[in-house]
Design a protein around this ligand. Structure first.
Ligand SMILES: Nc1ncnc2c1ncn2[C@@H]1O[C@H](COP(=O)(O)OP(=O)(O)OP(=O)(O)O)[C@@H](O)[C@H]1O
Length: 618
């Protein structure tokens, strides 16, 4: 395998389910009762209606076959009657059969309707549960690859879970139908049931053997299939189109896709061909057994042991049982495979956040009196051996404006995430007014802290919604939204849009209008003005702005941070100079702390970087 292929594969990531064996797949069936409880909770009435319709439906085949038998027997009886024939019983039977045929059609439609309505409700319910549950989890959990895989699968499988619901219900329905038919068969001759088993068991064993083989193949190829998915995605996506074109990558991607998919195709082909050969042989045994039974029934009819009506009844129920049993077996393996994905859903829904509020959480002080104190704080990311920040000890006074400065990867963003309690310190502690941050109410803390991240989200929603996100409870307060937009200069951008504040931003949706990087940043910055936060954190707030806009935004900044504690992260010294003090980080550690003048006088790292940048601007 080429080096690059390995690289892409690593990017595609590994899943924990790829190690799962066929036995585990069967074990996953234990999730079905829980799954049904979810369906039941979605709508009890619809679930009952669905099951009731299916129960009635499963009694129909045997009833119709039996009426068919009675009709034939009656016809034969009438043929032999001399003189006037009374056809009333025959017409009654025909009317009954017709009634059942119409009812069967209606029930089928009813079942499809219930399946689709219940399926929609169920899928909506699960999607809401996923969104709500995801919101309770920690940021660190989202950064864990295994967790993320789980979330992705739980999210993507919503549609197939609706299919699973109909499959399981149909399976139950078919089992009941078979039970009815078997009862009829036993009533005539128990030996027929034995012949039926001989007809079906070899095919069943063959099917399960090949199911296991293709399942193992598909599992062992999970990383490659993920890579194929990834290649398919980057090969045809709006996000990558620009670079695919300019670097002329389509041939390269298509070749890699072809090479990998051909290998999978060849392996799969060998199993599929064997399956087809064995499947035909085993099903020939089934056909032989079926005709064996048929000959036996014909013989008994000719000998007068059973009537011609019973002949059609038995032959009919024998062949429908055979196809029902085969259907059940095929569906069984599909259900077992889908049940594996249920495990991902339940695992995800059972995950609990590690950052939890204390038993008796304290409300945040209003206003904050002393400020935040870092005491020997260190933090390591999940699965990382390196400390992202360490030995951080400093005091951020209430009302102080602090700038964080340092090279890429120095730990600036990590520090502010700790401050907002998006992560817990791995060692040391952070105090607010002398009390551990962990003792405060988490929701209250989140309300009182406003952060605009460097990688803020460009919500594909209206301009107004994009700003209201800063304080979602004020989504209807148009004045406040516009006021915030004016302060961040977003208003000038929005006024030029066809639908102004109601304009959908981004290109995902039909009417969406895409903004430039700097225009988006102005919109994101307006979120900071929406919030009445006591602590404001701005991570690279002006990086995409042109010189004039940056200058204007700055003039307004002092108003934004007036009376609040603020932390600014910036590589631009023009922003940094606005701060009361500057904290210089290097490789996760605090190197220098002081005002701009103090640090310049110190002539250390900060002074060096400042002079370097100043030179560049000359
Ligand atoms: N989610 C993460 N998982 C693992 N490591 C991370 C994660 N985020 C950041 N790191 C690592 O932690 C260190 C500090 O990163 P951080 O984002 O805090 O730096 P920064 O100073 O904000 O950098 P920049 O100026 O480039 O934004 C880096 O070495 C980075 O590789």
């Amino acid at each position: 395998m080429s080096k690059t292929t390995k690289g892409t594969r690593a990017a595609a990531g590994k899943t924990d389910t790829e190690k799962k064996s066929f036995r585990e797949q069967l074990g996953a069936l234990k999730n079905l009762p829980k799954f049904f409880r979810l369906i039941w909770d979605t709508s009890k009435r619809m679930t009952i209606a669905n099951m009731a319709l299916r129960l009635i439906k499963s009694a129909l085949p045997i009833t119709m076959l039996y009426i068919g038998k009675l009709i034939i027997d009656e016809v034969i009886r009438l043929i032999d009657v001399a003189g006037e024939r009374d056809l009333s019983y025959l017409w009654l039977l025909v009317a009954l059969e017709l009634g059942l045929a119409v009812a069967s059609d209606l029930i089928n439609r009813g079942i499809t309707l219930m399946d689709s309505l219940l399926g929609d409700l169920f899928s909506n319910r699960i999607s809401v549960a996923l969104i709500e549950h995801a919101a309770t989890l920690d940021l660190a959990q989202f950064e864990d690859a295994t967790f993320y895989d789980k979330l992705e699968r739980a999210r993507r499988q919503t549609v197939s879970r609706v299919v699973l619901m109909s499959q399981v219900l149909s399976q139950l329905q078919d089992i009941v139908t078979i039970a009815f038919l078997a009862a009829g068969l036993i009533a005539f001759n128990p030996w027929l049931l034995l012949i039926l088993l001989i007809a079906v068991v070899p095919s069943f064993l063959g099917e399960s053997h090949f199911n296991e083989r293709s399942y193992s193949l598909s599992r062992s190829w999970t990383p490659e299939r993920r890579e194929l998915d990834y290649l398919r995605y980057i090969g045809a996506s709006d996000e990558t189109a620009k670079e695919i074109k300019t670097f002329n990558l389509s041939g390269f991607l298509a070749d890699r896709f072809r090479e990998l998919s051909d290998r999978y195709y060849n392996l799969n082909k060998s199993i599929t061909v064997k399956r087809a050969v064995w499947g035909s042989a085993l099903s020939a045994i089934g056909t032989l057994a079926y005709y064996g039974a048929y000959i036996f029934i014909l013989f008994e009819t000719v000998m007068g042991v059973i009537t011609v009506g019973s002949l059609t009844f038995l032959a009919g129920s024998f062949s429908s049982m055979r196809s029902l049993l085969q259907g059940i077996m095929t569906r069984f393996s599909q259900i077992a495979e889908s049940a594996l994905y249920l495990q991902d859903l339940f695992d995800f829904l059972e995950l609990r956040p590690q950052i939890t509020p204390p038993a008796n959480p304290l409300p945040l002080p209003r206003p904050i009196q002393q400020g935040f104190t870092f005491e020997n704080v260190g933090f390591k990311y999940h699965n990382s051996v390196r400390w992202a920040v360490r030995y951080l000890s400093f005091h951020l006074k209430a009302g102080e404006k602090l700038a964080l400065v340092g090279e890429n990867g120095a730990g600036k963003t990590t520090l502010v995430k700790l401050l907002a309690r998006l992560y817990e310190p791995t060692e040391g502690r952070i105090l607010l007014d002398g009390i551990d941050l962990r003792d405060y109410d988490l929701n209250d803390l989140r309300h009182q802290v406003g952060i605009i991240f460097q990688d803020y989200v460009r919500f594909q929603m209206t301009a107004s919604d994009n700003i209201a996100i800063g304080q979602i409870s004020n989504i209807l307060d148009k004045e406040r939204i516009q006021g915030s937009a004016q302060k961040s200069l977003a208003d000038l951008v929005i006024q030029r849009l066809p639908d102004k504040y109601e304009q959908v931003l981004g290109k995902r949706f039909n009417k969406g209008v895409e903004l430039s990087g700097g225009e988006w940043q102005k919109v994101a910055l307006a979120r900071a003005y929406m919030r009445d936060a006591q602590l404001l954190i701005l991570d690279e707030p002006t990086s995409a702005l042109d010189a004039r806009a940056e200058n204007e935004v700055f003039l307004r900044f002092s108003e934004l941070i007036e009376g609040r504690t603020a932390v600014l992260i910036s590589h631009r010294f023009s922003t940094v100079r606005m701060a009361d003090r500057i904290l210089f980080l290097e490789q996760g550690q605090l190197k220098e702390l002081g005002s701009h003048e103090e640090l310049l006088a110190k002539n250390g790292k900060y002074a060096e970087l400042f002079l370097l940048q100043a030179k560049g601007y000359l």
